[in-house]
Design a protein around this ligand. Structure first.
Ligand code: ZN
Length: 400
């Protein structure tokens, strides 16, 4: 009733209905129910490019625009609510909206058969064509971030109850997810085959999108997991929609300076070739049952996160990394100082905590959204209760 009243007023004023997050009339009842408690999101300076990509021998699946609009708006609300809960304001990734309240989804038809855009390597050809499409007309590209959705294969292996075959992962500023006939929010939270299938693929959709919006993996601290459930960027792709799933504060700090999250008026050349941060001073200590990181760096730095993780330290072995946010201050000499306190009790989920073989990942983020990582392996069993841990020389790499 309340939303209808606002919608009526907005329409009378000739404003975009989508701007207040009102639920479009043509959405199905379950979507209206799930979006009824939507919060008003801050307008973003940039929007995510949403692409529905099909091979030249395929068509988008039935009703894709309404289904994906409902799913995208619900995920946008999830991110916005988690940002607000973490004290970062009601910011979420921006979406281009249409007059009727649907999300603007660009259909891009590939030059080749759908089998040429398969899981594993097919993303290369797809990205090339998507980027050519986005850059072909001014105003089409609304940010550097693209979310690309492809319909499932239908063959001996894949079908609507076992979708797959297409790319499904985050790759820097791009990410891939899939569509199938039952990919519909009406199944959310239902203990049915379609409901369980939806959590798997919708959780994956929300998780891969997180990667595409700059998020690394992280599991969450013991306290946060107890209070809020499962971190989306940990194992939350298996719980989203079924049981409580959340974004950690360090994840939200990254999103605050992600291109599609920054509010109207935030001007920066995103992910420009800003050189590595300068470290003016740093220390990493064990103080009783807490690890403490202190970092003094240059004024381009807007955030520092610390992650403690188990070996192996390779890509995709970091789902269990326990994240910690910093308290930060800037002094008159334009230095940024960050302090991170990491109680050992908060990382009890780490398998190697007792053995001692761990690594600290320092993630330094600059005003243009760039992230720099510096990994410091250490052996906790050899660190005295009040001792320093050797950080070595700053060895940053760009990206995650
Ligand atoms: Zn992942």
């Amino acid at each position: 009733m309340h939303i209808r009243a606002i919608t009526a007023t907005m329409c009378a004023l000739g404003l975009s209905v989508a701007a207040v997050g009102a639920v479009p009339e043509h959405f199905q009842p379950r979507a209206k129910e799930l979006l009824a408690d939507s919060i008003e999101l801050e307008e973003s300076e940039h929007q995510l490019n949403v692409i529905y990509f099909v091979g030249n021998d395929r068509e988008p699946l039935a009703d894709y625009e309404r289904r994906l609009s409902e799913l995208l708006l619900y995920v946008q609300q999830f991110y916005g609510k988690e940002m607000a809960r973490n004290g970062m304001g009601a910011h979420s990734f921006g979406l281009q909206m249409q007059e009727n309240g649907n999300v603007k989804i660009h259909v891009v038809r590939g030059k080749k058969k759908h089998t040429e855009y398969a899981y594993g390597t097919g993303h290369n050809a797809c990205l090339e064509e998507v980027n050519a499409y986005l850059d072909a007309e001014p105003g089409r590209r609304t940010s550097q971030h693209s979310f690309i959705i492809m319909p499932t294969y239908y063959d001996e292996q894949y079908n609507d109850m076992n979708p797959g075959g297409v790319p499904f992962y985050g790759l820097g500023i791009n990410c891939f997810a899939l569509d199938y006939a039952h990919f519909d929010i009406k199944h959310l939270g239902q203990n049915t085959p379609e409901g369980r299938l939806l959590t798997k693929w919708y959780g994956g959709f929300a998780h891969e999108l997180g990667h595409g919006l700059n998020l690394p993996h992280n599991l969450g601290t013991v306290s946060d997991n107890k209070a809020y459930g499962t971190a989306l960027m940990g194992a939350g792709n298996y719980t989203f929609g079924m049981s409580p799933t959340y974004l950690t504060l360090p994840s939200c700090r990254i999103l605050a300076t992600s291109e599609t999250f920054v509010p109207k008026g935030y001007k920066a050349k995103f992910y420009s070739q800003y050189e590595s941060p300068t470290i003016k001073q740093c220390s990493f200590k064990r103080v009783g049952d807490t690890l403490e990181l202190y970092l003094e760096t240059d004024a381009n730095v807007v955030n520092v996160n610390a992650y403690i993780q188990d070996p192996p330290f390779q890509v995709n072995q970091d789902y269990d990394a326990v994240p910690f946010a910093c308290t930060m201050s800037r002094n008159a000499t334009a230095h940024t100082t960050a302090f991170v306190s990491m109680p050992l009790a908060e990382m009890a989920t780490l398998r190697h905590l007792k053995k001692g073989e761990l690594a600290l990942d320092v993630l330094v983020q600059t005003y243009d959204g760039s992230r720099f990582r510096w990994r410091i392996p250490f052996d906790l069993s050899k660190v005295p209760a009040d001792g320093s841990i050797d950080m070595g020389l700053p060895m940053f790499w760009r990206g995650y």
